[in-house]
Design a protein around this ligand. Structure first.
Ligand code: B12
Ligand code: SF4
Length: 526
């Protein structure tokens, strides 16, 4: 029987990481990775499993040295830290295994550092490896021949995580996406046929998230609406669960823009208490959308992309978006176009990336054939705030400068609060409508919830006032929060506005630091 330690290495500062906002929000990380508690649940009985998320606690290497097996997960932006940890463990003669999104697309990057690697999904290979390890006849590389049948996936072992350190719980409904965006490795790894868990599996996971004390959860699907018919059935069960349990969870998720073409689906999502949806907008440049095969964003059924974003907001969900600069069809005019789109769409949280070619994707193959990949292995080349792509119609320097300027312009307090107030004060976006309806029928619950939300808003506000040293920012947060509370004195809105102020602080600090990152400026000039 093995003593197993599974580690999620720490991330560099990122848009999603909210590192600069943590002190105001009273958490250590946004959400736990979904894979480690799942692997723990997949571990046959008898073995002992310890989970370590380096984003919330330091790795105890002495403890690891006593383990029989230490496993690591991680994505492209964690790869340098994965290597550091593996080297440290090797020095201590620890038996190591590694799986997850990065090794799945770049086996050769880690194969020499770990004893065993896992490519792709591991529902079958992880337990098989443990059986073979016990018999001392394990292989050095595992890859499932068949994709996982989601109906067989067990509930993750949340009991092994320090859930109080996270803002969100995480839950996965489905894997796979029917689209074929050229840059996307999700469809390479998980396929284009969405596979979905049963309602019973999902409701049990939701119960466990509530039992762990969470009020919100991130549905970590690649694209929640990949199979619209099936997801509608599932959402109906989630709506019934929310009604039964008194709307204990609010959700965020990721979906494609064709969501706006299906009114019934949008309404079901709102009824299930999905408050925000992250959408890959990528670019308003239609030539670039065509180039990257993001054809769903070009479809005119249901209006333009802008109209679609507005429709989703009108139904009752906030839209977050990913945008990309540096496509072959982008020239320097793309930055202004992106800026305009985000403003007109009233998207408060726009995550900007330079186009990155992830190994095994069609984009990677095309650029490799054209000799347009930078293969150096520094911090910037594989995501984070850099790119491995040598752009076509724009110099690397101009791309990098335009990217930073775009981030800067989107996150000046003026631009950010203009979008936020347009959405919440002028257009009066109301998230959580289903819960509000429910609470009208349950005044005691409403009172308790409102008291919690106001207490949280007050705590965040006080922390901001104490922690923000820049006088101008301090004034902005104070002014906007007071004005918002005056115009919409709803506890839920005030609490979420206070969180938005903290999130602005994070993005603002991150942009300031981008200016001063030497490795990025060097690469830009290369
Ligand atoms: C939800 C999600 C997020 C969430 C949550 C991230 C988090 N911290 O967990 C958010 C929105 C915050 C996010 C952010 C980012 N993400 Co993300 N994210 C996803 C998504 C859609 C699902 C991940 C998930 O939870 N899957 C469910 C679990 C159960 O599946 P899994 O992790 O693949 O694990 C299975 C196997 O891989 C294997 N396995 C995994 N680890 C291990 C370890 C061992 C030892 C073994 C044996 C097996 C094993 O077993 C599991 C069961 O089969 C994936 C796409 C995808 N489907 O992978 C992208 C993905 C992982 N994200 C990606 C990226 C790039 C990012 C960002 C860097 C984006 C950015 N530029 O800022 C940031 C990272 C910043 C941060 N601080 O988190 C890339 C990674 C690319 C790569 N190949 O390395 C992916 C693949 C999507 C993409 N192509 O853009 N992400
Ligand atoms: S819609 Fe998203 S998940 Fe689907 S192929 Fe495109 S980028 Fe990948």
């Amino acid at each position: 029987m093995a003593d197993i330690v599974l580690i999620n290495p720490r991330f560099e500062v990122s848009y999603w990481g909210l590192e600069h906002a943590m002190p105001f929000l009273g958490i250590r990380a946004v959400l736990p990775v979904a894979n480690l508690p799942l692997l723990a649940a997949l571990t046959p009985p008898g073995h002992g499993v310890t989970l370590v998320d380096e984003n919330v606690e330091a790795i105890d290497f002495e403890r690891c040295a006593r383990a029989d097996i230490v496993g690591l997960t991680g994505m492209n932006v964690q790869r340098l830290r994965i290597k550091e940890i593996l080297r440290e463990l090797k020095r201590r003669d620890v038996f190591t295994v590694v799986g997850g999104p990065w090794v799945t697309v770049r086996e050769d990057d880690l194969a020499d550092l770990a004893d065993v690697i896992f490519v792709g999904e591991a529902e079958e290979t992880w337990p098989r490896f443990l059986t073979e390890w016990e018999a001392s006849r394990y292989q050095t590389r595992y890859e499932q021949t068949e994709r996982t049948d989601m109906a067989t996936v067990p509930a993750p072992r949340l009991d092994l995580l320090r859930m109080k350190d996270y803002a969100f719980g995480s839950v996965q409904f489905s894997r796979g996406c029917p689209f074929e965006c050229e840059f996307c490795d999700i469809i390479v790894t998980f396929g284009r046929r969405p596979r979905i868990k049963s309602s019973a599996q999902i409701l049990a996971e939701l119960d466990a998230i509530v039992a762990a004390g969470k009020h919100s959860a991130f549905i970590v699907d690649d694209n929640l609406i990949g199979n619209k018919r099936a997801i509608k059935l599932l959402l109906r069960d989630v709506v019934a669960w929310q009604e039964r349990r008194g709307y204990p969870l609010m959700f965020a998720t990721e979906a494609s823009i064709d969501l706006a073409e299906d009114a019934e689906l949008m309404q079901l999502m709102v009824d299930a208490n999905i408050a925000s949806v992250f959408i890959g907008i990528e670019t308003p440049n239609e030539e670039s959308l065509r180039e990257t095969k993001k054809l769903q964003n070009l479809r005119t059924r249901g209006g333009t992309m802008l109209e679609k974003v507005h429709r989703i907001q009108k139904t009752g969900m906030e839209v977050w978006c990913g945008i990309i600069v540096g496509f072959d069809n982008d020239d320097t005019s793309v930055f202004a176009a992106q800026r305009r789109f985000v403003r007109e769409a009233r998207i408060v949280h726009a995550m900007v990336n330079m186009l990155v070619a992830i190994p095994r994707t069609p984009l990677y193959a095309r650029l490799a054939a054209e000799g347009r990949l930078d293969l150096s292995d520094d911090a910037a080349s594989w995501g984070g705030f850099g790119t491995n792509v040598i752009p076509r119609r724009i110099s690397r320097q101009a791309l990098r400068a335009g990217y930073i300027d775009l981030m800067h312009d989107l996150y000046t307090p003026e631009a950010y609060f203009e979008r936020l107030d347009e959405l919440y004060l002028t257009a009066k976006l109301q998230i959580g409508r289903a819960r509000t309806r429910y609470l009208r029928r349950h005044p005691l619950r409403r009172f308790r919830l409102n008291a919690r939300l106001l207490a949280e808003a007050a705590a965040i506000f006080l922390m901001l006032m104490r922690g923000v040293s820049e006088r101008a920012l301090w004034d902005e947060y104070c002014h906007h929060l007071m004005r918002a509370a005056w115009r919409r004195p709803e506890p839920e809105f005030i609490q979420s506005y206070a969180i938005k102020c903290a999130m602005h602080y994070h993005a603002y600090q991150m942009v300031q630091q981008m200016h001063s990152q030497p490795q990025l400026s060097t690469r830009a000039a290369a």
